[in-house]
Each structure stands twice: as structure tokens, then as C-alpha cells.
Ligand binder design. Structure first.
Ligand code: C2E
Ligand code: MG
Ligand code: MG
Ligand code: MG
Length: 293
């Protein structure tokens, strides 16, 4: 049912248009699927990295890897568009394998204090073999498993909670951390969140965009931060675009933050420059404190 697919793919749930609009969309999707099917994945896929910052220490504690696809025929295609199509057409596991290899290699060049946060789809965690493949890839990379955080959405996890418990349990037993992405946008989050072996909740950016103006958004974020504290989960807020949002979130007790206000996603070589200048800034501030004493 394509109309339903569109309604689901379109997360914000805006109007589903049938007829011509719908026809055009179906054609676009099948063009994208064909291009993806014939793509030279290692060549055309790449990753950009967005810092996740601990605002108490001012340090970058992780980079989230975000997929980019440049197709020779279609140009740059957003992951918000091609990931759902790849999921539906069974291409996502190949894409994940290529990207995860790239991401692990990148992370090896970062200091040990900086983790890699990587997005997985439902199919990537759909079987014990899939979990074993992930663990093997981490082992082969030589990266400490404790430096790997895997992000999955609620929708991916609640399809089969028993399976998710099993697979995530394996990952966790191997030292890999699990984050629940886009928290608050899926279904009945609260009924299963305590049954999954999670380490981290990522509060969806839809709550953040209006947090300074809409009391309801602020109440929701406050509740999620409280829930995370009670469940002893760490919490990241994503999509922070302004200093005002960051200040408000800090006053609500939020420590880990991500968003354009801190930095946009950047290419791999820029992550190295970014980390260098962060280290230089840290040294300068330590020296400044030492001089005052
Ligand atoms: P996500 O995992 O929730 O990633 C966060 C998205 O928000 C990214 O979009 C990021 O660029 C964007 N973002 C970060 N800070 C801000 C901000 O301050 N304001 C706004 N407006 N946006 C911000 P992107 O890169 O387009 O990725 C979209 C989604 O595609 C991701 O959402 C994730 O669900 C999926 N995705 C991306 N890369 C991968 C991947 O390698 N594998 C899988 N399975 N999914 C991926
Ligand atoms: Mg994510
Ligand atoms: Mg997210
Ligand atoms: Mg998202």
C-alpha cells in the first residue's frame, strides 16, 4: 500500500496526496531505488560527522555518522529520502556494511575519549547473525567496543521486542552501547523502554524547535529528562539550533547536546581539524585558570 508507505515515510504525517502527486512520487521512488540498486556503493556513499558535546566539560564526546549519497545520475540524495527506500527494497544491509566500515576507520583516527555514534535500521538488527556481524566488524576494526554507540529508532525496535532484546543484549554483552534515536516520536515508548537494554535516549529535535516558545514542548522534554534519570539512562538532545535553546536545556539538566548551534555535520578531515582546535582551546583555558591562581 503505497499511500500508507508515503504516510509513514513522511514522518511529520502531513497530508497524503493521491492522484498525480502520488503518481509522481511513486515514479521518483522507483527511480531512486533503481539508481541505488546499480550504485557503486563504496564509491558513491560517504559519511559526515556531527559532534555530540558535553556542555559541562565543553568537550566533544562523540561524533554521529550521517550517510551521504551522491549518485552520478541523481546528484546528492538525502538520507531522509534514500534510507527508507533502501529499507523497503532490502538494500539497507549492504549500505550499512559499507558505511559502518567507513565509520569505524574514521573513529580510529580520533582520540580515545571520542566515541562513534552510528545509525542502524531495523533490518540491521533483525537477526542474531546480524548482531554477530556487527560485533565482528567492530573487533576487526581494532576500535574498543566501548567507543561504539549504535542508534536505533523506536519503530525499528518495537517491531519485534523479543528479537530486539536478544540482538541488543548481544551487542551490549560485547561492550557496545545502544541509543534510542528520535525518542518521543514513535509509538507507546514508555511501555517497552525499560525492557530494552538501552544506554541512551536521544530526544527528537521536533521537541526542541519550539522549546523556548511552547510550554508543552518544554514539559515533554523535562519529563523525558526525568524518565532518563530514573531509568539511569544517559540523554542526548538533538537539533539544538540556538544559544537560547542550549541555555534553557542546560537549566533543565541536559548535559549532552547536538545540533547546528554547536556544529553542522562535517567531512572526515574536518573532524581532525575540529578536534585539534578543541584540544588547543582546552589547553588555553587550563593555562588561563593556572595563571589566575
Ligand atoms: P537522525 O539519526 O535523527 O539524525 C539527525 C538528523 O538531524 C541529521 O539529518 C542531521 O544532519 C540533522 N540535524 C542535526 N542537527 C540539526 C539541527 O540543529 N537542526 C536541524 N534542522 N537538523 C539537524 P540527516 O543527516 O539528513 O539524516 C536524516 C536521517 O537519516 C537520520 O536522522 C537517520 O534517521 C537517517 N540516517 C542518516 N544516516 C544514516 C545511516 O548511516 N544509516 C541509517 N540507517 N540511517 C541514517
Ligand atoms: Mg541518529
Ligand atoms: Mg535522531
Ligand atoms: Mg531523526
Amino acid at each position: 500500500d503505497y499511500a500508507l508507505y508515503y504516510a509513514k515515510a513522511n514522518r511529520r504525517g502531513t497530508a497524503v496526496l493521491f492522484t498525480e502527486e502520488h503518481e509522481r512520487l511513486l515514479r521518483t521512488q522507483s527511480v531512486i531505488e533503481q539508481a541505488l540498486r546499480h550504485a557503486d556503493l563504496p564509491q558513491e556513499l560517504s559519511l559526515v560527522y556531527q559532534p555530540i558535546v558535553d556542555v559541562q566539560s565543553g568537550r566533544t564526546i562523540a561524533f554521529e555518522a550521517l550517510a551521504r549519497w551522491r549518485s552520478p545520475e541523481l546528484g546528492q540524495v538525502s538520507p531522509a529520502v534514500f534510507v527508507p527506500i533502501a529499507e523497503r527494497s532490502g538494500l539497507i544491509t549492504r549500505i550499512t556494511a559499507v558505511l559502518f566500515g567507513q565509520a569505524l576507520a574514521a573513529a580510529r583516527a580520533w582520540p580515545e575519549s571520542v566515541a562513534l555514534s552510528f545509525n542502524l535500521s531495523m533490518a540491521d538488527i533483525a537477526s542474531p547473525q546480524a548482531a554477530a556481524g556487527i560485533v565482528a566488524a567492530v573487533k576487526a576494526s581494532g576500535l574498543a567496543p566501548g567507543r561504539v554507540i549504535l542508534e536505533a529508532t523506536e519503530t525499528a525496535l518495537i517491531q519485534d521486542v523479543a528479537q530486539a532484546q536478544n540482538v541488543l543484549g548481544t551487542l551490549k554483552a560485547n561492550g557496545i552501547a545502544i541509543a534510542l534515536d528520535d525518542f518521543g516520536t514513535g509509538y507507546s515508548s514508555l511501555s517497552y523502554v525499560h525492557r530494552l537494554p538501552l544506554d541512551k535516549l536521544k530526544i527528537d529535535r521536533s521537541f526542541i524547535s519550539e522549546i523556548t516558545t511552547d510550554p508543552a514542548s518544554r514539559d515533554i522534554v523535562t519529563s523525558i529528562l526525568g524518565l532518563a534519570r530514573n531509568l539511569k539512562l544517559c540523554c542526548v538532545v538533538e537539533g539544538i539550533e540556538t544559544a537560547e535553546q542550549a541555555r534553557l536545556l542546560e537549566s533543565l539538566g541536559c548535559v549532552q547536546m547536538q545540533g547546528y548551534h554547536f556544529h553542522r555535520p562535517m567531512g572526515f578531515s574536518d573532524t581532525l581539524n575540529y578536534l585539534d582546535s578543541e584540544a588547543a582551546r582546552m589547553i588555553r583555558s587550563v593555562q588561563a585558570v593556572a595563571r589566575q591562581q
